[in-house]
Design a protein around this ligand. Structure first.
Ligand code: MRU
Length: 350
């Protein structure tokens, strides 16, 4: 895989002393990094979207829990496990919709309990084995992205224009990203694929992050406001839509950034395919349909005052600010994972 970026959204120190994240709240104006070593820093980074995007959150949670514990004065394996369980409960609830957080932490918990006996009193071995598991989660994600890129690109015609939403690229995952993975692969192969990025209210991940990373990679990208999607589709300017996912139910209903459903409805009207690109770790076998997916509600100020010089809504206004919505599987053309391209009726086992 070609190295397009010199940095990853989440880098894990091999000694397990810190994780280094890109502070995504500072982009596009400033590319700066934060070293996370403490519990407060980890919770703050996740809560305030300094690190964000479902797979990146999963990696940050899994590796973050290790580095936080490694920096505490813990002297026994049992003490480490007790600390792990406490942090597990805290971190898992910070961003509830992104299933990669739960999956990453549960995988770490299984590993911790599996090696508890074999490590005996060897705390160093215990810590190293857990850190290796977190690094494996990241490595597997990177491999999955390349496969998603290949499958995704097979669905695109040369010179296509792809519309995307929020940020499901390098900054949200690692290397290729998910929704943007076919775009980066096309770029590497010298294929001309253009991108239309929606700004993505209220936190503007599309305007701030997707345009930033595509421009960085030399991809032709045009920024539009969210309320322009029907217009560009009606003009025949969009060949396909590719978005990411925070959680996919067994029937294919997909939680992604609020507004994804709107795109899917409009795309259906205009006969444009809407693909979801996500690693299989985003499929939640505990959720039969989208109704089982918990939707995170975010702070009111994100829609009333953030990103503007002065308030843009009256004080006391009633806010409704869900971070995600559910796109019913009936509006999704296909779901692309590292294991293949799936369509309804979904059977992710095959
Ligand atoms: O609130 P965010 O910025 O974490 O939301 C991110 C998205 O909705 C992404 O599209 C999703 O996590 C997929 S990331 C590969």
């Amino acid at each position: 895989m070609k190295q397009i970026f010199e940095f990853d959204a989440v880098e894990i120190d091999n000694e397990g002393n810190f994780i280094k994240i890109v502070d995504q709240t500072k982009l596009p104006n400033q590319l700066s990094f934060l070293n996370i070593t403490k519990e407060e820093e980890l919770v703050d980074a996740i809560l305030h979207l300094k690190v964000r995007g479902a797979p990146a959150l999963g990696i940050a949670a899994a590796a973050g829990i290790c580095v936080v514990l490694n920096n505490l004065n813990i002297s026994t394996v049992e003490g480490y496990i007790a600390g792990f369980m406490r942090l597990f409960d805290i971190i898992i609830s910070v961003r509830p919709t992104a299933v990669n957080v739960r999956n990453g932490l549960e995988r770490m918990k299984r590993k911790a309990l599996e090696i508890r006996e074999s490590c005996g009193n060897n705390l160093t071995l215990f810590k190293e084995t857990l850190l290796a598991e977190a690094i494996a989660i990241k490595d597997e994600d990177i491999k999955a992205n390349l496969r998603i890129a290949q499958f995704g690109l097979s669905l695109l015609k040369p010179k296509s224009t792809v519309l995307t939403y929020c940020n499901a690229g390098h900054l949200a995952v690692s290397k290729y990203g998910t929704a943007l993975a076919p775009i980066y692969l096309a770029k590497e192969r010298g294929m001309e694929i253009k991108v239309i990025a929606c700004e993505t209210r209220p936190l503007l991940q599309g305007a701030r992050l997707t345009t930033y990373e595509l421009q960085y990679a030399g991809v032709d990208v045009t920024l539009i406001c969210d309320n322009m999607v029907a217009d560009v589709m009606s003009r025949g300017e969009v060949d396909a839509i590719i978005t990411g996912a925070d959680r996919i139910a067994v029937n294919g209903d997909t939680a992604n950034k609020i507004g994804t459903q709107t795109l899917a409805v409009v795309a259906k009207h205009f006969g444009i395919p809407h693909y979801i690109a996500a690693p299989s770790s985003t499929i939640d076998i505990r959720c039969k349909t989208g109704k089982d997916i918990v939707i995170e509600e975010r702070a009111a100020k994100e829609i009333t005052e953030l990103h503007f010089k002065s308030r843009m809504a009256p004080k006391g206004i009633k806010p409704y600010n869900p971070a995600f919505d559910i796109t019913p599987s009936s509006l999704i053309t296909s779901i692309i994972t590292e294991n293949g391209i799936y369509s309804a009726p979904y059977d992710f086992k095959n």
